[in-house]
Write a protein that binds this ligand. Structure first.
Ligand SMILES: [Zn+2]
Ligand SMILES: [Zn+2]
Length: 349
């Protein structure tokens, strides 16, 4: 157990593509917090963006520790913590809702006004604050590795996304983007017994989508018109029942709105760059009665469901964690994402 004034290794972000290995103080915990010794932290497209841009407008102002998909072993618990003990293997979501605001009271916790985020997975230790300890710190079931368990956070977002997409057995669902988020959508779409079409511009990503159960794939770079290609794969060319965006690109958002049949649902799941806009044919909304919605983040219920899916073996985790590196190699690991190599890397401090 680390005593007071002890140091730890951490990757500190100083600016665009400037990460330095430093020794910093191990965080001090309060009576209701938990100190986690990180055993695995996964790289994510969000972290790669933060690395490229040198921070995040609301969450990460440099110099700062970052990394938000992690799991580990409890090193220390505050004096008032009852449900956790040192030595327990746990995974934490990267946020928790406040439980008191208007949105929490109407059970829309992903919209919580006071959503508390933690970052700092690329380090030896991280403090799990009380709000997260109480709601989003879960014991890792036996048989799951730390890296596998760390997939809980991104998967929980997708479980939320799928629950909000009204997918019925036999539906045709098109998933645009076959990065980790799109691949989770492919798996969960198949679990809903839908017919899943995946689109992406990279053949190796489409191969993964196929391995995970996609019934058809479309290479959006070679296909002259991806919207038409999707429609051709549906009965009478009427369009998909559900279209999902997992790219966060406004041009793909626009295409997704044209891929669905009359009365279809469009889930614009991938977050686009701030300030971007899209154009929608008003006729699609009025005469074709399509539903367009966005889904953000997760709630404690979805975090639990995600861990359940992983421990039940429903997610082929080997296809998601394609490499393992020590903490010192964090910059290289993030560059793999930037250069579209592999899926996620497990960073082991
Ligand atoms: Zn992430
Ligand atoms: Zn709230």
């Amino acid at each position: 157990m680390p005593g007071k004034n002890k140091k730890m290794k951490a990757a500190i972000l100083y600016g665009p593509q400037d990460v330095r290995q430093e020794e910093i103080d191990i965080p001090e915990i309060g009576p209701r917090d938990v100190l986690l010794k990180i055993k695995a932290a996964l790289t994510c497209g969000t972290d790669a963006k933060v690395f490229l841009r040198g921070g995040h407008p609301t969450m990460i102002r440099p110099p700062a520790v970052f990394g938000h998909e992690f799991s580990g072993e409890i090193s220390e618990v505050g004096s008032s913590v009852k449900d956790f003990q040192p030595g327990m293997r746990v995974v934490a979501a990267n946020s928790a809702p406040c439980g008191r605001c208007f949105f929490c009271k109407i059970a829309r916790q992903s919209l919580c006004d006071n959503l508390l985020y933690i970052n700092g997975g690329y380090a030896e230790y991280v403090k799990i604050p009380e709000t997260i300890v109480r709601q989003n710190l879960l014991e890792i079931p036996e048989g799951l590795s730390f890296a596998q368990a760390a997939l809980v956070e991104p998967l929980a977002c997708v479980v939320h996304g799928v629950e909000e997409s009204n997918i019925k057995a036999g539906d045709t669902v098109v998933v645009n983007g076959a990065g980790p988020i799109g691949l989770f959508f492919v798996i969960l779409g198949k679990l809903k017994e839908a017919r899943v079409i995946a689109t992406d511009v990279r053949p190796e990503r489409l191969d993964r989508a196929r391995k995970l159960g996609a019934d058809a794939v479309i290479n959006a770079s070679s296909s002259a018109d991806v919207v038409e290609s999707v429609k051709e794969l549906t009965e009478d060319g009427r369009g998909a029942d559900v279209a999902i965006d997992a790219t966060g690109l406004p041009e793909v958002w626009e295409k997704a709105t044209r891929m669905v049949r009359k009365g279809g649902l469009v889930n614009l799941f991938g977050g686009c760059a701030p300030g971007t806009k899209i154009e929608i044919d008003t006729g699609l909304i009025h005469y074709s009665e399509i539903t367009i919605k966005g889904v953000y983040h997760h709630t404690p219920t979805y975090v639990r469901r995600a861990l359940g899916l992983i421990s039940e073996g429903k997610i082929d985790t080997r296809l998601f964690i394609t490499k393992e590196v020590p903490l010192e190699k964090i910059a290289e690991a993030l560059k793999l994402i930037i250069n579209h190599q592999g899926v996620k890397t497990a960073v082991i401090p």
